[in-house]
Design a protein around this ligand. Structure first.
Ligand code: HEM
Length: 501
């Protein structure tokens, strides 16, 4: 049986709300201590777990980096929410303002986006948000017909490259760069209608430019794992400058302007978005949301499914499901999203990966008004207008009040009616999996297509290979598909010389 939560906020709560536990510590020292814990002495998970345990509460006060000394005007004080019930306040546009708060109190600034405040930084109460979000959703709708085929073509090119590397004698073949190239090419072509092969520089360096552009924006908030204290001094002490990536950004801007002219005209003519803002928004969705999101998520997925030894025997079951669903198509036939939607275990595996390792782990929102934040049971907390909520998805989606064996990867978790009932607690898209993105909310515009695309990658791997293994970000084994025994026997029989009667 699933727990049912009371609403996450109410004007008057019974029993009365308690003050939010936790402290920000003394000025300068408190934020500095939390920053060092976050980046140096603890993992991100530990950081939130320890504070929740110390405060005996899944809602508590803490500082979140970056802070001190050169992040001028960045207030690190947040209210952390790490359970499945209180987290949902972050999805309610009537409670939280999402203005300029995508990656937290620190905003890298419009220097990274050609001077445009792009849609992801806009709040639902800003009219421009609905305009830009509708444009993104319409564009996704327009490219739905070619998305799956473009993706598969690029996945095949990637796997050809990795296979050649591995069969050429290497003990392992890294898929990081081929996968990034694959994601970049397919997104440019599908989403923006711009084929990178039309521009040699973009084709060769496009994804590296995006990597650098992303890194300069998010590194002040990320643990890298460099030698300390170098990391603290060089990466986490001041905003990283956008001008380092301007030449690369201009190259991509011109590429979208020329090769993606149809999408840009669509934004101008159908959605009333000025050309410069259309291109900057396209580049942001392409580079940050889509390329960034897939570059983080797909390697998690491939590495988990390809785990050496396959401790839970998942791969043979996935392979059987994929082969059965494609049985009528023949080994090399085209297939699309309709086919992968008939693969429930593949889909449940993708959902479980999104639960265990959400690619965008943190969500932020600023309280629009005083309100009572409700957690499980009778727990209720008073939030004041202007306070920043910081939701940490990895803990909220391992909430033992909702999920059995919450720390375990259970590929079948989302199968059947009970599994479907759990989807309301899957929050990776900045909203429940059972809700839909809309101009009036901040849920990922590509919520459906992200899951379908990830399913497609697994389906393509099992269509091509009988088995594979992965260590870290490298394939260590690829067993090419053998003909099915019955087909092999038929082929062998057909090859026998015919004997005359
Ligand atoms: C694995 C891939 C992806 C992940 C994990 C992901 C995740 C997210 C998340 C968490 C948000 C909400 C950010 C926030 O406000 O806190 C978001 C927003 C958004 N995503 Fe995705 N996304 C992915 C792929 C894509 C793709 C492929 C597209 C489009 C091609 C896309 C388009 C958008 C847009 C337009 C928004 C802004 C929504 C708004 O401002 O209302 N995303 N995404």
């Amino acid at each position: 049986m699933l727990p049912s939560f009371s609403p996450t906020a109410s004007a008057s709560a019974t029993p009365p709300p308690r003050p939010i536990p936790g402290s920000y510590g003394p000025p300068v020292l408190g934020p500095l201590r939390d920053r060092l814990d976050y980046f140096w002495f603890q993992s991100q998970d530990d950081f939130f777990r320890r504070r929740a345990a110390a405060n005996r509460s899944t809602v508590f006060r803490t500082n979140i980096p970056p802070t001190f000394p050169f992040f001028v005007g960045v207030d690190p004080r947040v209210v952390a929410v790490v359970d499945a019930a209180s987290f949902t306040a972050l999805f309610d546009p009537s409670l939280v303002d999402k203005r300029d708060i995508l990656i937290g109190p620190y905003n890298p600034g419009a220097g990274f986006t050609g001077g445009t405040r792009v849609g992801v930084y806009l709040d639902t109460e800003e009219p421009e948000h609905a305009r830009v979000k509708t444009f993104a959703m319409d564009l996704l709708h327009r490219c739905a017909r070619t998305w799956a085929a473009d993706f598969r073509a690029n996945v095949d090119a990637m796997l050809d490259a990795v296979e050649a590397d591995l069969l050429g004698g290497s003990a392992s073949a890294s898929y990081v760069l081929p996968l990034q190239q694959c994601i970049f090419r397919f997104l440019c072509k599908s989403f923006v209608g711009a084929d990178p092969r039309a521009d040699a520089l973009v084709d060769r360096f496009g994804f590296t430019i995006l990597d650098l552009w992303l890194a300069l924006q998010i590194l002040p908030t990320q643990k890298v794992g460099l030698l300390q204290p170098l990391e603290e001094l060089l990466i986490h002490s001041f905003p990283l400058p956008s001008f380092l990536v301007w030449p690369g950004y201009r190259l991509l801007y011109r590429f979208v302007e020329q090769q993606g002219a149809d999408a840009v005209a669509y934004a101008e003519e159908e959605h009333g978005i000025a050309k410069k803002d259309a291109i900057n928004n396209l580049l942001f969705v392409l580079g940050f949301n889509a390329f960034g999101g897939f570059s983080v998520f797909l390697p998690f997925l491939v590495a988990k499914v390809g785990e050496a030894g396959d401790p839970t025997g998942l791969r043979p079951r996935l392979r059987e499901e994929v082969r059965a669903a494609l049985a009528t198509r023949g080994a090399d036939a085209e297939f699309g999203f309709a086919d992968v939607r008939a693969m429930p275990l593949v889909r449940s595996t993708v959902y479980e990966m999104l639960r265990m390792q959400p690619p965008v782990p943190l969500q932020f929102g600023r309280a629009r008004k005083d309100f009572v934040l409700r957690s499980h049971g009778a727990a209720a907390f008073q939030v004041s207008k202007g306070e920043v909520l910081c939701g940490y998805q990895p803990l909220a989606m391992r909430d033992p009040e909702v999920f059995d064996r919450p720390e375990e990867f259970v590929a079948e978790r989302f199968l059947g009616d009970d599994g479907a009932a759990l989807l309301q607690y899957l929050y990776w898209s900045n909203g429940p999996e059972t809700a839909q993105p809309a101009p009036g909310n901040k849920q990922c515009a590509a919520k459906e297509v992200v899951v379908d695309t990830a399913c497609m990658l697994l389906a393509e791997l099992f269509r091509r290979y009988d088995d594979f293994e992965v260590e870290g970000t490298s394939f260590t084994k690829l067993v090419k598909r053998q003909p099915e025994p019955s087909l092999a026997a038929a082929a062998a029989a057909a090859a026998q010389p015919q004997t005359a009667q």
